[in-house]
Design a protein around this ligand. Structure first.
Ligand SMILES: NC(=O)c1ccc[n+]([C@@H]2O[C@H](COP(=O)([O-])OP(=O)(O)OC[C@H]3O[C@@H](n4cnc5c(N)ncnc54)[C@H](O)[C@@H]3O)[C@@H](O)[C@H]2O)c1
Length: 361
């Protein structure tokens, strides 16, 4: 293992093959990352940071140093990289501290909770020259990679329309935590952000947004349901429906089965339509006309092989490759994640104001 430098390394001075990676925040997703890291031999879990005694109890079985404070960990351990799996509002401060101490960062989504904060991280990324990857993990799902290839191949012609469904039910106990009942803690910023990022990954940047939201089911300050219309720079239009109060299976998590803690349903949640074909996700069915084209003619359905693979594992593999310098383009950069954040915040603004929101050019 390469000795860890006391000062931030230059981008050409990357750690060797088995980087030492710390996990900051041992909550739901931090534990998942730790579990995935344990299956790999090409990286080492260097340390865990968790401020709560209850959270630290969970870490007791891990044979690594555990800290209550990330700065103390960064000073003492000097990891090559860190996974920032803390609450949204802390992402930028913690990630910048990592960069200052010479550690590359995998920052969980959303990259920040405001655009100003995201810009601060972008500036730090440029200042320190270390890789920062944002955890929009769906981009690492082979299903989505295949979908992107199909769209890019031109088989669908010009993509004109897309529909994304994110309807599911959060159990009553989910709302025991006060922040989840308050503005900002709802399905637009927590869940719809994934669907917006998915559509951006397939269809490019978004130009403008209109939206409605409602709290009809629970009456909390936060929305339980929202509907948005997106215009892409390409000219394509998309409609998105999200609700965390519905008895419904139509959402990516259940349809793709990409995380073990959700039961997999063999259904679709996303529909992309172009002038010459349509694509469903995650089933990867391509619909097209084999001969004459028109709504009186029969469409055929072709099914691509389903490429199953754990996107969280693939994300870790990619993060390691960024840290060692074997790869140098983050699949989701800070700048890219900032655009997804901007669009997601715009859904909320559009719903609150009733106005169309245009995004930065
Ligand atoms: N990509 C995904 O699939 C996915 C899934 C869930 C959550 N997330 C994101 O991961 C982040 C964490 O979400 P979660 O569901 O794991 O939350 P969580 O509340 O379960 O865990 C967060 C943990 O961070 C700890 N923490 C708080 N401040 C800290 C600090 N300064 N330093 C170190 N630890 C600190 C908390 O004590 C807690 O244990 C959020 O940004 C969330 O949006 C991503």
């Amino acid at each position: 293992m390469t000795p860890t430098p006391a000062t931030p390394p230059s981008p050409t001075d990357r750690p060797a093959q088995r980087p030492r990676i710390a996990v900051i925040g041992a909550g739901a997703i931090g534990r998942m990352h730790i579990g995935h890291m344990a299956q790999r031999t090409d990286m080492t879990l260097a340390a865990v940071v968790e401020p709560t005694p209850a959270g630290r109890l969970w870490t007791e079985s891990l044979a690594v140093p555990v800290f209550a404070d990330h700065l103390a960990m960064l000073e003492a351990v000097r990891p090559d990289a860190a996974i920032v799996a803390t609450p949204n509002a802390t992402h930028v401060d913690v990630a910048i501290d990592c960069l200052r101490h010479g550690a590359a960062a995998l920052v969980e989504k959303p990259v920040a909770d405001t655009l100003d904060e995201a810009r601060r991280l972008l500036a730090a990324e440029q200042e320190y020259g270390l890789p920062v990857l944002v955890g929009h993990h769906r981009r690492h799902n082979p299903i989505l990679r295949r979908a992107r290839d199909i769209v890019a191949s031109g088989r669908l012609g010009t993509v004109l329309s897309a529909t994304a469904l994110a309807t599911f039910l959060k159990p009553d106990s989910y709302f025991d935590m006060a922040w989840r009942r308050q503005a900002g803690g709802g399905p637009v910023l927590i869940n719809l952000i994934h669907d917006i990022d998915l559509l951006r990954f397939l269809m490019g940047d978004i130009q403008s947004i209109q939206a409605f939201s409602a709290n009809t089911a629970r009456g909390f300050e936060v929305e339980d349901t929202a509907a948005a219309i997106l215009r892409f720079k390409s000219g394509a239009l998309a409609t998105l429906s999200v609700s965390d109060a519905t008895t419904a299976p139509w959402n990516w998590d259940l349809a793709s089965g990409e995380a073990e803690h959700y039961p997999r349903q063999s259904i679709n949640s996303h529909y992309i339509s172009g002038t010459h074909g349509s694509l469903t996700l995650p089933q990867l069915e391509v619909w097209s006309y084999p001969g004459a084209r028109g709504w009186h003619d029969p469409l055929t359905q072709e099914r691509s092989a389903l490429h199953r693979g754990d996107p969280y594992q693939e994300q870790l593999r990619h993060f390691r490759a960024l840290v060692t310098g074997e790869e140098n383009q983050p699949v989701c950069s800070v700048q890219d994640a900032m655009r997804t954040l901007e669009a997601t915040l715009a859904v909320r603004t559009a719903a609150l104001t009733g106005q169309l929101v245009s995004l930065a050019a």
